[in-house]
Design a protein around this ligand. Structure first.
Ligand SMILES: *[C@@H]1O[C@H](CO)[C@@H](O)[C@H](O)[C@H]1NC(C)=O
Ligand SMILES: *[C@@H]1O[C@H](CO)[C@@H](O)[C@H](O)[C@H]1NC(C)=O
Length: 412
């Protein structure tokens, strides 16, 4: 860790990090949730289906409707525990005492059975809105490690709210009571809106499920590189520590149009290793026999070690991989054309106050086609430790133009 810090201290980029400030879009002491009726709110409280101290956002996603300068902002609220009334929401315009009011998405009905109806949503960690206006929702299907439904993936067309794809994971590809599917990564065809593959990270089952959408086939990748590392099971943020023992948390892809062999980049949450593997190897199902932990092992590349954990990741169209670094609390960037070494890892923004556990990170195109980075931070060290202090802002959504961020200009 010290090496990362020193490498950046040694150059002017650190100066850049200290002056750069992300634009604050949302800040909340605790999440304020809308209910269909006050009686329904009372019922969920009474039955233990709503506990305000269990409601912790993890991911943010953003959608600019064609030509509209004001985006829709979505937030996921995984059901780590029972007291989460709904697991996917959008930010409304209504202010409440603890923050802006959230409303269930697609509707309250989708979440209301808490896993009894598998055609709704059981628990969502992260989503991805693709460039054709569809939201891909990865539902882990479990609440507090009770697998109530198979993990599944939905795609919803955000223009009309219609379900355009649904995939239920076959039993052989997940570990009941263990798996926790946390992040989907969607690969679109470069010329049209066909989705070719979806990669799904299983952070506690320590693997990646690859879904070939056209062929309707899927397979699982799991080996020593998809696991956590004992040196990085303790997370320390702003002086507080907690334990997380998570494998592969997210994947990203070489953007189309950069030329060369495309890669799948991935990392375990409890690890400092940045991994990569050629995408054509990942996408060829005959390489991946179930439970073969030696499958294509020679194709995996340890690209480098960063000295701390990274949570959310996102790839820019120009080939910069951004991640929410844990220590120090910052946004880290790597130009994928360069070796993954300390000299080439740049802390774009360091913010000990506002970037405490950046679990959600997205790069989205705004109404003018310009790339923006959106981040969600949630002080998970407190939520999973001594508890949140509801007198301070715990949950934040921050943003910055990607070009501004990379060049050190003020965020717009
Ligand atoms: C809002 O904050 C107040 C004061 O901390 C607290 O009593 C109340 O339960 C909070 N509401 C929610 C929804 O968290
Ligand atoms: C897929 O991998 C197998 C070996 O596992 C190889 O024989 C085959 O040629 C590959 N297919 C493609 C399209 O690359």
């Amino acid at each position: 860790m010290q090496t990362v810090l020193r490498a950046c201290l040694g150059c002017c980029l650190w100066l850049l990090a200290s002056v750069q400030a992300l634009e604050s879009i949302f800040g909340s002491f605790n999440l304020e949730l809308e209910f269909p009726t006050p009686q329904e709110r009372e019922r969920t409280l009474r039955e233990g289906l709503y506990d305000p101290s269990s409601v912790i956002p993890v991911d943010v996603d953003v959608y600019y409707k064609h030509g509209d300068a004001t985006p829709s902002i979505f937030v996921t609220i995984p059901r780590f525990a029972k007291g989460v009334p709904y697991s996917l929401a959008y930010v409304t315009n209504e202010m409440r005492p603890n923050g802006t009011l959230l409303q269930a998405y697609p509707s309250y009905e989708w979440h209301k059975t808490h896993g009894a109806d598998c055609n709704g949503l059981t628990s969502v960690y992260r989503t991805q809105i693709d460039e054709c206006g569809r939201m891909w929702i990865l539902d882990s299907g479990e609440i507090d490690f009770i697998q109530l439904c198979p993990p599944q993936l939905y795609a919803i067309d955000l223009e009309n709210g219609k379900i355009v794809h649904q995939y239920k994971m076959p039993k052989r590809l997940y570990k009941e009571g263990v798996s926790r599917f946390v992040t989907p990564t969607v690969d679109l065809h470069p010329e049209n809106c066909d989705v070719t593959f979806v990669y799904m990270a299983d952070s506690i089952g320590d693997g990646i499920v690859v879904y070939d959408v056209a062929a309707q086939q899927s397979w699982r990748i799991e080996n020593k590189f998809t696991y956590p590392h004992p040196d990085f099971g303790t997370f320390t943020i702003a002086g507080e520590s907690f334990q997380l023992w998570d494998g592969t948390v997210s994947t990203t892809l070489t953007p189309h149009g950069l030329g060369g062999r495309r890669m799948l980049y991935f990392h375990s949450l409890s690890s400092e290793w940045q991994m990569g593997i050629p995408l054509d190897v990942v996408n060829n199902g005959s390489n991946w026999k179930l439970n073969d932990i030696g499958a294509a092992l020679e194709q995996f590349q340890l690209l480098g070690k960063r000295g701390s954990q990274c949570v959310g990741t996102a790839m820019s169209e120009t080939g910069f991989l951004l991640c929410g670094l844990v220590k120090p609390s910052s946004i880290l960037a790597w130009n994928i054309r360069e070796p993954y070494s300390h000299q080439n890892l740049v802390m774009l923004v360091e913010d000990e106050e506002r970037l405490q556990f950046t679990s959600g990170l997205k790069i989205v195109r705004n109404h003018e086609g310009k790339e923006e980075m959106w981040a969600l931070s949630n002080r998970l060290q407190k939520a999973f430790g001594a508890g949140l202090n509801y007198k301070e802002v715990n949950f934040r959504i921050l943003k910055c133009g990607v070009q501004e961020l990379l060049s050190g200009r003020p965020c717009i």
